[in-house]
Design a protein around this ligand. Structure first.
Ligand code: SAM
Length: 260
């Protein structure tokens, strides 16, 4: 079947990498797995060799037809629709959420799942290599940014392996990477307001080459930096996740108005 660009369809075709993916996911009978974007079933079939049932979310009616025709309906529950429209509570019952994600909305999908705080699921996703690098980047590295801070607050993130474009058909223009995100059991330092955390990380990285002092002009002053033990001349990319949490706690407690 012809791949549809508008749905970000690049089908996995390399058996070596499909096997590597299944090894990492390690499906067990006790698992409740949901796959995002099963397409023609490149990952779905090998999973069903290991466990009896899988849930999937697929937007393309043609793909849904393929899956319905090929897989016994006792083995698969299909949500035929857009993942971005699903109620985020949908994900609560699963302990593994997996997928070769449509790259055009990969970060949106990950953020959506992140926001379901009652989900403890392990996430196994294929994304564009650059996105994988940003998600897993450590402070003071080129890829460290807002995505790293927000996702590493919630998850232990790991880039498991890279895949060349030729592992897919049609070949994407980019290199891909398979990542794992395991939700952290956060004890101790926690953010107080999710929306402030989002806003603060946005502001901190708004102008990447500028200092924290500059990006928080009229919001943070010298005495604030002293209290926070953050050098005003530092750039956001050098701060640790803990320093970002401190920053959020500080600004939330002070009830500082960000609209200045
Ligand atoms: N898992 C298959 C594979 O590895 O060969 C297909 C992966 S392909 C990169 C992405 C899949 O996500 C496609 O099947 C596409 O139709 C589906 N998709 C795209 N946008 C979607 C959305 N908003 N909601 C649900 N599925 C979507």
């Amino acid at each position: 079947m012809k791949a549809k660009k508008k749905f970000g369809q690049n089908f996995l075709v390399d058996p070596y990498f499909i096997n590597q993916i299944i090894k990492e996911i390690n499906p067990k009978e006790s698992d409740e797995i949901v796959e995002i974007g099963p397409g023609q079933g490149a990952i779905t079939y090998p999973i069903l060799k290991k466990i009896k049932h899988v849930s999937v979310i697929e937007i393309d009616p043609d793909m849904v037809e393929v899956l319905k025709n090929k897989i016994d309906d006792k083995k698969i529950t299909i949500f035929a629709g857009d993942i971005l429209e699903i109620d985020q509570n949908y994900f609560t019952k699963f302990n593994k959420i997996i997928g070769n994600l449509p790259y055009y909305i990969a970060t949106e999908i990950i953020f959506k799942i992140t926001k379901n705080h009652s989900s403890e699921a392990q996430l196994y996703f294929m994304v564009q290599k650059e996105v994988a690098e940003r998600i897993t980047a450590k402070p003071s590295t080129k890829a460290f940014g807002r995505l790293s801070v927000i996702l590493q607050y919630y998850f232990d993130t790991e880039l498991l392996f890279e895949l060349p474009a030729k592992a897919f058909s049609p070949e994407p223009k980019v290199t891909s990477a398979f990542i794992r995100l395991i939700r952290k059991k956060r004890v101790g330092l926690k953010i107080m307001s999710e929306s402030n955390f989002e806003l603060i990380t946005k502001m901190a990285f708004a102008k990447k080459r500028k200092t924290i002092r500059n990006n928080f002009k009229n919001i943070l002053f010298d005495n604030d930096f002293l209290s926070l033990k953050i050098s005003p001349g530092a750039r956001a990319e050098t701060l640790s996740i803990e320093q970002f949490i401190n920053l959020e706690n500080y600004l939330t407690q002070k009830n500082i108005n960000f609209d200045n």
